[in-house]
Design a protein around this ligand. Structure first.
Ligand code: GLN
Length: 502
């Protein structure tokens, strides 16, 4: 592409936009302004963003343009605007995790992933909406209101990284960061028709990511293509002295791995997991996707994941246990919000410090977060620990061993990302258990620590997107993204755009 004017900036993939920015035929300032304009036009309805950092972003873009002019220096993401889920610390930019309890919290430091994006030349556009503390599957648990699915604005965009998914789907950002504890990158990617990659546990540093469930959380990109996701992963992955769980494993050259060649790739299909409860349109799109991969030379192999059906209960025991501990730090003293308790000191009315803690937590956290803190505290309590938490950890090992066995004979495992396409806003808010089932196919990758990606693979009769999930071996993001990219070479689901009246 030589003349970017022929294609509006916001219609470019990250890979194409980055190439223009490198070549200097699009300026960082123009790219940033183009996305800010688009956010202004559409975010009133879609509510992908909590904070739009327009001034800082333009200032930084201007500096990057000057730097390029003066020294010719460009990083791999020079001038690329990027949206960031609002549970990652951004220096000087409010970070709320969609919770009242963090309202007004401005971190004094950047998350490592943010630090690396900026070092590569990226421009932070703003912070995106999520379910409070990333607990949810629809963004409806946000204290600041839900995001809307750009394909059908009466539908949920998925969650918890719904704002990041909507930002990319509506081209209000070329790429975004999300976090995935049980599906929160992949499920919203599926619901909005974008690519969502959850890397291997430890592939990306969690430093500066507000912890939900530390043994499951992982940061990753939401993007338009597998190639775009590969580029972001190359930048953000790698060891970090600030996160002891960040893996030392060498970072791959993920983009060069995208050869299109998947001849003899063995793809495992766990039919047992798909036997019931899956929407007919999702199953049809899934089978069509398998046919595309087979036509490109891959072999389909039946596998079994016999413990996958315990994924949801195991996940909700472990995730809530870890959350109850991680969220203990929000006490009204260290961050953001503090509840006022009116006391009449002259009348000798003195309350203990714990009254302030109690009141802050009672009014600062939303219903779903409180439900999880209570559940997690319960499963860790003396007398119940063995029956629930310990048992869950044991079954977690069995889930992981299922995958290990499967990966002895296959290279990649295919499943739908979610059992249904995007549901209506309000449809599941009164029934938390129904909401939890949105993650049946995604939680096991987190429990096992494996990398997994969701890619667009079709549409429902109501014309909302459907996602194909591929899961790979530990640290084999290269092989995983190669398969995803090969699929995208033969399909055009990912190039279709929601009609937003422009
Ligand atoms: N929807 C799942 C939950 O509510 C997963 C969330 C996530 O991955 N952050 O816990």
């Amino acid at each position: 592409m030589t003349d970017p004017a022929k294609r509006p900036i916001c219609e470019l993939t990250l890979t194409a936009l980055a190439a223009h920015l490198q070549a200097g035929d699009v300026s960082a300032w123009d790219a940033t302004q183009a996305y800010l304009d688009r956010i202004r036009a559409h975010d009133g309805v879609l509510h992908a963003f909590h904070t739009v950092a327009a001034e800082q972003a333009l200032e930084r873009a201007g500096e990057l343009d000057q730097l390029r002019e003066a020294s010719g220096v460009t990083g791999p993401l020079h001038g690329v605007p990027i949206a960031v889920k609002d549970n990652m610390c951004t220096r000087g930019l409010e970070t709320t995790a969609s919770s009242r309890i963090l309202e007004g919290f401005v971190p004094p430091y950047n998350a490592t992933a943010i630090e690396r994006l900026e070092a590569a030349g990226a421009v932070i556009l703003g912070k995106t909406n999520l379910d409070e503390f990333a607990m949810g599957s629809s963004t409806e648990n946000s204290a600041f209101g839900a995001s809307r699915n750009p394909w059908a604005t009466d539908r949920a965009p998925g969650g918890s990284s719904g704002g990041s998914a909507v930002a990319v789907a509506a081209r209000m950002a070329p790429v975004a960061l999300g976090s995935d504890t049980g599906g929160s990158i992949r499920q919203p990617a599926a619901f909005t028709g974008v690519v969502g990659l959850k890397p291997t546990y430890g592939r990306v540093s969690r430093y500066g990511l507000l912890a939900f469930a530390s043994s499951l959380d992982q940061i990753g990109p939401l993007a338009q293509t597998a190639a775009d996701a590969a580029l972001i992963l190359e930048v953000i992955a790698g060891p970090d002295p600030r996160d002891a769980t960040a893996a030392r494993e060498a970072v791959g050259e993920y983009r060069t791995a995208l050869t299109g060649d998947i001849k003899n790739l063995r793809i495992g299909v766990p039919r047992d997991v798909l036997a019931s409860g899956v929407d007919a349109a999702v199953l049809a799109a899934f089978d069509d996707a398998l046919a595309v991969l087979r036509a490109r030379g891959a072999a389909l192999v039946d596998i079994a994941l016999p413990h996958a059906r315990y994924g949801i209960p195991v996940y909700y025991l472990i995730a809530t246990a870890e959350a109850s501990s991680n969220l203990a730090r929000y006490d009204g003293v260290r961050y953001g919000y503090r509840a006022r308790i009116d006391v009449d000191a002259r009348a000798g009315d003195v309350r203990p410090l714990t009254a302030m803690y109690d009141h802050t937590r009672a009014t600062g956290f939303g219903a779903e977060v409180k439900r999880r803190i209570m559940l997690g505290t319960y499963v860790l309590s003396a007398g119940y620990y063995d029956a629930y938490y310990l048992k869950a950890q044991q079954v977690r090992t069995l889930v992981r061993e299922d995958y290990e066995k499967a990966f002895a004979t296959v290279d990649v495992i295919a499943m739908p990302t979610a059992p249904t396409p995007a549901f209506k806003l309000g449809e599941k808010t009164d029934d938390p258990l129904q909401m939890y089932l949105a993650d049946v196919f995604t939680v096991s990758a987190n429990l096992a620590g494996l990398p997994a990606v969701s890619i667009p693979c079709g549409f429902s009769p109501a014309r909302v997107p459907i996602g194909l999930q591929l899961t790979g071996r530990m640290f084999d993001e290269a092989g995983l993204l190669r398969a995803a990219d090969a699929y995208q070479r033969d399909t055009n689901w990912h190039t279709q755009r929601p009609a937003l009246g422009d």
